[in-house]
Write a protein that binds this ligand. Sequence first.
Ligand code: FE2
Length: 162
Amino acid sequence: MAANIGLEPKAVKASKTVLNNLLADHFVLLAKTWNYHWNVKGVSFHSYHIFMEELYNGLIEDIDDIAERIRSLDERPIGSLQGYLEHNRIKEHCDSEPLPEAKEMLAILSEDNDTLIREIRKDIEQLEKEEDTDDAGTTNFLEDMIEKKEKTAWMIRAYLEK
Ligand SMILES: [Fe+2]
């Protein structure tokens, strides 16, 4: 049964594009964070290892929420790694590149999280600019996501300052 939720097809298409790009970013950042969690070394290994686990668990929650927001619009989330690599805006950490030391890993993840916040802001502006695309549910969803990621940004900054 088709969704009858008062949104024009143009609005749904614009929201789907924004949400799928964000989903792709999250999968790439998940792989990167998990990779750092596995490979981190040093005297503070344990605390970095655990903190990065908290970060990737947060990303897994967000991935599920983004994909389910797309389904709420009766659309199909990207479901393949190839698809994510075609849409991501977060740079991958390739296996041929050397791994940084622990603090640098976290600094990179901090930059990536900040990038996501800025990209979501731009996405909201873009959605609001388009005519006939008053998808309040998605705008509200994205605004909540900014707030969550701003909290993550603060926690990573605090961690790096210790
Ligand atoms: Fe683990």
